[in-house]
Design a protein around this ligand. Structure first.
Ligand code: NAP
Length: 244
């Protein structure tokens, strides 16, 4: 039986590249978008052109009911869920003293609550099957903290704590839970950065370039594979040496 992967926030960037990579590996793919419907359906078209069975579902995964709908739809369509990639995320740059309460809350809703929501519904199915892989996307800023991104850094640090605790709890049920900490990746999330700021980030990266979405997608697919069966609770960098 073919394996099924659900990738939250797969209309763009890292999520979209991950959907394409899983399609190459013969998975059934559940694409999720929230605001970018056109992009979501573009990814669906590309995935289907690789002969992968796929559906695209609109859901704001920060909302409990919508996350439940998304996971249930994935399971009813394909019979079970083998891999969950908690990728959906937002980032903002703000002086700490300018961060409003609602900005703080929204950052945690999208970057942390969504991971709780989707993992909770996915874990029920994975525990029943005694098998599954959950892969969460943190950030180098969740490991080392970024000035003017306290809310983003704090939410991405929460992803790491969540990963380690859940790996301990779900390990006996045959489920691995890992986390990736990307460095600076060339996606819409960084499109607002000025050339000079991008150059500074590149100069702080020993490999002297930005990462591509496919770099993170390759690592996600490795963690989902049987080659990674004895790896759990880990935070794995994909950052060109940015954080050593
Ligand atoms: P991106 O190009 O901006 O894509 C973000 C994706 O998340 C979009 O598909 C977006 O979907 C989705 N999303 C946002 N809010 C959502 C919600 N409430 N419900 C469902 N989907 C939602 O960003 P990216 O760079 O690929 O980032 C992917 C992940 O990698 C994020 O968790 C990010 O924090 C992390 N990361 C990125 C970098 C980087 O340098 N790019 C570095 C470290 C970590 P819609 O547009 O359809 O709403």
């Amino acid at each position: 039986m073919k394996k099924t992967v659900l990738i939250t926030g797969s209309s763009k960037g890292i999520g979209a590249a991950t959907a394409l990579k899983f399609a190459d590996m013969g998975y059934n793919i559940v694409i999720n978008y929230n605001k970018s419907e056109k992009d979501g359906f573009e990814v669906l078209k590309k995935v289907r052109s690789k002969n992968a069975a796929s559906i695209a579902i609109k859901a704001d995964v920060s909302k409990y009911d919508e996350a439940e709908y998304l996971v249930e739809k994935a399971i009813s369509e394909f019979g079970k869920l083998d891999v969950l990639v908690n990728n959906a995320g937002i980032a903002r740059q703000r002086l700490f003293t300018d961060i409003t309460e609602s900005e703080w809350k929204r950052m945690f809703e999208v970057n942390v609550q969504s991971m709780f929501n989707c993992s909770k519904f996915a874990a029920k199915n994975m525990i029943k099957n005694h098998s599954g892989k959950i892969i969460n996307i943190s950030s180098v800023w969740g490991v080392q903290g970024a000035s003017c991104e306290v809310h983003y850094s704090a939410s991405k640090a929460a992803v790491i704590g969540f990963t380690k605790a859940l790996a301990k709890e779900l390990g006996p049920s045959g489920i691995t839970v890992n986390c990736i900490a990307p460095g600076v990746i060339d996606t819409d999330m960084n499109a607002h950065l000025k050339r000079g700021d991008l150059d500074k980030l590149i100069n702080s990266t020993p490999l002297m370039c930005l990462g591509m979405p496919s770099d993170v997608a390759n690592l996600i697919c490795f963690l989902a594979s049987e080659n990674a069966s004895f790896i759990t609770g880990q935070v794995i960098g994909c950052d060109g040496g940015f954080f050593i």
